[in-house]
Design a binder for this molecule. Sequence first.
Ligand code: NDP
Ligand code: MG
Length: 396
Amino acid sequence: MSRPQQITVLGATGSIGLSTLDVIARHPERYQVFALSGFTRLSELLALCVRHTPRFAVVPEAAAARTLQDDLRAAGLSTRVLVGEQGLCQVAADPEVDAVMAAIVGAAGLRPTLAAVEAGKKILLANKEALVMSGALFMQAVRKSGSVLLPIDSEHNAIFQCMPNDFARGLGAVGVRRILLTASGGPFRQTPIAELAHVTPDQACAHPNWSMGRKISVDSASMMNKGLELIEACWLFDAKPSQVEVVIHPQSVIHSLVDYIDGSVLAQLGNPDMRTPIANALAWPERIDSGVAPLDLFAIARLDFQAPDEERFPCLRLARQAAEAGNSAPAMLNAANEVAVAAFLDGRVRYPEIASIIEEVLNLEPVVAVNDLEAVFTADAKARVLAEQWLSRHGQ
Ligand code: NDP
Ligand code: MG
């Protein structure tokens, strides 16, 4: 039998990282953990190293690395600890690695994910912000290296599964008319709009169907997550923004649909558990057990659909505008959103101000072409400065 595939998990201490390790641990004959990274939850990272015995662990700075290295030695492990973005890029691109789970949240994941792409790895892409920021450059790098890009986002994994068979061989989305991107509508789908000024971070993070990290939970509440996913879908499936329709489906059972020109609409269904798309991408084109319970349609009983309301979800409108504008607009949208969401989670701004901050940033900064990664990071940095200026002007 061939050797187990070597997997690097970037963002191992997070929600997607832990689900990935759960699936990997079910198949020790197929997968071995090569490297794990953490950022703040370093005692959890130590426990994961003890459980999965990776060759490398990556932490953000030198003092944390020394502590973790000592603890690993005391536990009898030979795991080597690396530091910072350079360490992340090293374990993403190591010649021994077969696949990289990109599950760092936000712009911080872009360089390590691109390092994996440039090294021609199989990429399991959860870190949607990386693709949103750098779309054209990212996809160019995928084509150049021949890297296999598999979506982990449940909607995009669903769309991928519903695409024509030849799509994965690079033959395009032949016969596809539209992509129907489903959204649960989050915890505030029915909250009176006037009450949204008073919702708390914990309420925003209490998603009705999915258990996720705090940043993506707030994005789901504001539907910025769906906006980022719209941009993500355009890059992954070579679609125009006008071909992607957002459909609110509160049960989160249909994970998205593909509408073909002959009137056929294909959907992927499943329980809302990220281990399904993770197992699908890890094993693709084969299928493996993910640990997810079979879908019980009788218990679900009904599936509902409704159109999103842009007055309730202004972030969705802003994201669609950024998708249409292209160039530096999605990187600015993403960066302004990261600053605004962090400020909301810190109790510095109210929930409706997330959209106000992003809208101001997009109105102030002209859209420019992005021909290299430096231009992407320049747009990202400018948007962060403008968002911080909004915060200081409002006494935050
Ligand atoms: P979490 O917040 O749970 O995990 C984020 C991970 O990234 C953690 O390992 C964290 O380390 C690490 N991290 C945070 N900041 C940095 C940084 N600056 N540098 C390096 N590492 C960092 O997020 P999720 O797992 O929920 O989401 C991860 C990504 O997957 C996001 O892009 C999200 O949009 C996407 N995604 C998530 C889904 C979900 O169901 N959770 C569904 C679809 C997509 P530590 O915890 O040690 O601080
Ligand atoms: Mg999603």
